[in-house]
Design a protein around this ligand. Structure first.
Ligand code: MLT
Length: 404
């Protein structure tokens, strides 16, 4: 008789954004006359930039011609895209990352979830609390997190690094040394950012203690403060302790197109084992590469036209962020983030639980957000709004929140 994987049975409820979507649908069915504004999941709303559309059309035409048709993509990605990423995301910022250390994939979420496979099962992970749920849930699936405590909402074998307004949403270096540390800056969900000096402390800590940092840089395009690093490789010594994950979803609107990449430097070793070799082996065995058409679209992100158009797109979303931050503060809420990040992290009123506030906002303002407690126990009494809506809807959502 077959048995289901018991580690999956330990997962708590359904994935956060599936729960939010289900509750939204239930409300919509019960109130068909209400028009909901969705500022919940960080899904983009603006169309792909013209330079990307042009590259897509061109690549589609190539697939129609026997001379230029492409079958399987190279395991690790086409060199045109890896070279463009190495040049623009690293060399231009003074970081020493070569194209063959970049692994192209169909998105950062998959990489965030899969990367844990190259670490031993008894590795101890450390996560911020609140945190993007994928880091924890995929380690639960891998049987690495121990038992769940219903009272405090924590896994017994995970090191939590609380991030609240009391510590400026900045994790402290853990006293118990983790094997694998997940960091995401600009942060999802708090919208907080880290200075280069603080990030250097993490790199030094990881190198000193033999930990590895999984650095999720999905929101780096939203950084405007020059003191905030775009990549962990801007820090001295990061090549021996850090893996970095990039997304094309938030900087270029690829949430439905799917493209990302992960950097595994060849200096990152466990004894004499290169993590680069393990990730390459995994990629080769389990993955047949992101589609050629999509990788050409990714290349256009780095063209002069593409860069210009995407700068405007990011500015569009950051105008929403400014509108939300100002608006919710005027409405009397305490709010954070939204300056170098597309997320606004607000305190719920009167210590209301995050899910109670979700229901209140849905019912009174017909606005859908994301409850902070869904990101971890330290997210309780907080609530996340995203800047990825249209400007018109963002303005209307704020008007409605003010009128509540
Ligand atoms: C979010 O809303 O936190 C993100 O959109 C989720 C994701 O990128 O997978």
């Amino acid at each position: 008789m077959f048995k289901a994987n018991g580690d999956y049975l330990k997962l708590r409820g359904s994935y956060l954004f599936s729960t939010v979507a289900r509750k939204q649908e239930e409300y919509r069915k019960a109130h068909p006359d209400k028009e909901l504004i969705r500022l919940s999941i960080g899904d983009v709303t603006q169309p792909l930039a013209p330079a990307i559309i042009e590259a897509l059309h061109k690549a589609v035409d190539e697939m129609a011609d026997p001379e230029t048709f492409k079958g399987y993509a190279p395991d690790l990605g086409y060199s045109f895209l890896r070279e463009a990423a190495a040049e623009n995301d690293y060399k231009a910022r003074g970081c020493d990352i070569s194209p063959d250390e970049i692994f192209i994939s169909d998105g950062a979420k998959g990489d965030c979830g899969n990367i844990q496979e190259i670490f031993s099962k008894d590795s101890k992970i450390a996560v911020c609390d609140p945190v993007y749920p994928v880091y924890v849930d995929t380690n639960v699936m891998a049987g690495r997190t121990g038992t769940f405590d219903e009272v405090n909402g924590l896994w017994s074998d995970v090191i939590y690094m609380p991030c609240t307004k009391e510590n400026d949403f900045m994790p402290e270096l853990p006293k118990e040394v983790p094997d694998v540390i997940y960091l995401c800056f600009p942060n999802n969900p708090t919208g907080g950012v880290i200075s280069k000096e603080r990030l250097q402390e993490w790199v030094d800590y990881a190198n000193k203690n033999g930990s590895v940092i999984i650095y999720d840089a999905a929101y780096e395009a939203y950084i405007s403060n020059p003191a905030v690093p775009h990549s962990i490789y801007e820090c001295e010594g990061a090549r021996t302790c850090a893996i970095e994950i990039h997304s094309f979803s938030k900087n270029a609107g690829f949430t439905g197109v799917r493209l990302g990449y992960t950097v595994v430097p060849k200096d990152l070793k466990s004894g004499d084992v290169l993590l680069h070799s393990l990730w390459a082996r995994r990629h080769g065995t389990k993955y047949n590469g992101a589609p050629y058409i999509i990788q050409r679209a990714g290349e256009a992100v780095y063209s002069e036209e593409g860069k210009k158009q995407l700068k405007e797109q990011v500015a569009y979303y950051m105008k929403n962020a400014a509108c939300i931050l100002k608006g919710v503060r005027e409405a009397g809420f305490e709010a954070f983030g939204g300056v170098d990040a597309p997320y606004i992290w607000m305190k719920t009123p009167d210590n209301m639980t995050s899910w109670d506030f979700f229901d209140l906002l849905l019912d009174k303002a017909n606005v859908v957000g994301t409850p902070g407690s869904g990101f971890g126990p330290s997210g309780e009494h907080y609530f996340r709004l995203t800047a990825f809506g249209s400007y018109e809807n963002t303005v209307r959502a704020i008007e409605r929140i003010k009128a509540m």
